[in-house]
Design a protein around this ligand. Structure first.
Ligand SMILES: [Zn+2]
Length: 263
């Protein structure tokens, strides 16, 4: 299923696999005058291609290697004759996509291998100039694209919510906090992020998130110093474990969130 919305010249494609008439998990990609930022998941690639063909795509850029951001790479690049740029660290992961858990295969699908060229620190594309900033924490390879004239920040999954509680095992929340601080320093007006779409005004949302993450870090470090285990910290902070644990085979959990501050 695709839902399309417009934010000035930026088109958001909200994408997700429909199961029994409902989409449980959404991702996004964004089109700006021929520049496609991320390509969604494998399950929605054909549907997205049908929407993009009449609009035209000159260049594809990936923010990071996750399967809900690169799943349309191979099909869209071939059918739309558009080259792909991606963070240098992502390139081997695009060429040989890593194994993913069953729930991710179900929700997003395995991405086809794709070939990309490395992004530089700046990007001139489709009449716009972007700064390319490293944005680690969610995963090591992630970058964000900042367009300083319009103050747009395309940040992939670097901003997922103002009060995140679950995390994946590969996430590092001290790095996430630093990335949020680096985002705020850029003084963006709009964040274009995968889970939420357009977040505007961006800076107050970032400041609230930074305050929340700093508070969580302080509470987790205090509990750690008192000798509580991560499981006990989850009970103290949230009262119970997330219901996502079962469906995601332990990949999304409150305990991962706690442990993501202790790395
Ligand atoms: Zn991601």
């Amino acid at each position: 299923m695709i839902e399309i919305s417009q934010h000035g010249p930026v088109t958001r494609f909200r994408l997700g696999r429909e199961v029994m008439g409902k989409v449980q998990y959404w991702t996004s990609c964004f089109l700006l005058d021929g520049l496609l930022i991320d390509t969604g998941c494998a399950h929605t690639a054909k549907e997205l291609l049908a929407e993009l063909r009449p609009r035209g795509v000159e260049l594809i850029v990936n923010t990071h290697y996750h399967e809900d951001h690169v799943g349309g790479n191979a099909l869209l690049s071939k059918e739309l004759n558009a080259p792909i740029l991606a963070p240098e660290a992502s390139l081997p992961l695009l060429a040989e996509p890593p194994w993913i858990h069953q729930h991710r295969q179900l929700v997003w699908g395995d991405p086809e291998p794709s070939r990309a060229q490395p992004l530089n620190k700046t990007l001139e594309a489709c009449g716009y100039s972007f700064q390319v900033h490293h944005a680690p924490g969610h995963c090591d390879d992630q970058v964000m694209l900042f367009e300083p004239n319009h103050k747009w920040l395309f940040c992939g999954d670097a901003f997922i919510a103002e009060t995140p509680r679950t995390a994946r095992p590969e996430e590092h929340y001290n790095q996430c906090l630093q990335t949020h601080q680096a985002m705020a320093v850029l003084l963006p007006q709009v964040l274009f992020c995968s889970p939420l779409g357009a977040v505007e005004p961006a800076v107050p949302a970032l400041e609230r998130t930074i305050d929340y993450l700093q508070d969580m870090r302080t509470r987790i470090m205090d509990l750690n110093e008192q000798g509580f285990t991560p499981e006990q910290m989850v009970q103290k902070l949230f009262g119970r474990e997330s219901k996502l644990v079962v469906f995601t085979e332990g990949q999304f959990s409150y305990q991962n969130f706690v442990e993501a501050f202790l790395k």
